[in-house]
Design a protein around this ligand. Sequence first.
Ligand code: 4NP
Length: 153
Amino acid sequence: MINICFVCLGNICRSPMAEFVMKDIVKTAGRQGEFSICSKATHSDNIWNGSGAPIYGNAQRCLAQHGIPFDTRKEATLLKKSDYEHFDYFIGMDNDNLYYMKKILGGDPQHKIHALMEFTAQGGEVADPWYTRNFERAYEDILAGCTAFYHTL
Ligand code: 4NP
């Protein structure tokens, strides 16, 4: 089993989009049994008393428009230090995410932490649609990143 955790700031926009895009890619490839895929947050802004917010409405609509199935019960979850042992890959969306992922996980001795866009020729970051309001652009970057990442697995 390959365990993958996508990570962003709030776990309500980019990382859940990446989680469900990646689940769709491995399902289409007939390999869903080989992967366990989830997503988590570096910050607790959308988590209250252990209960997390669902995927943000615009992100849900964007996934639906592209025919990507998602779980409406998905709740924002905070990344924690003990996650480091469990997962094979931690995939962040931007440089800020990578900074906090390393801080929370206590470094990266096994080189498990990556930026999603590092798998693509263009590189860079997935801009946060919470601020840009451009969910379509985020989706396109996430699809390109997840497709390229999948081909390394
Ligand atoms: P995400 O976007 O990191 O892609 O989930 C954000 C969602 C919420 C907030 C910031 C970024 N927030 O400040 O609540």
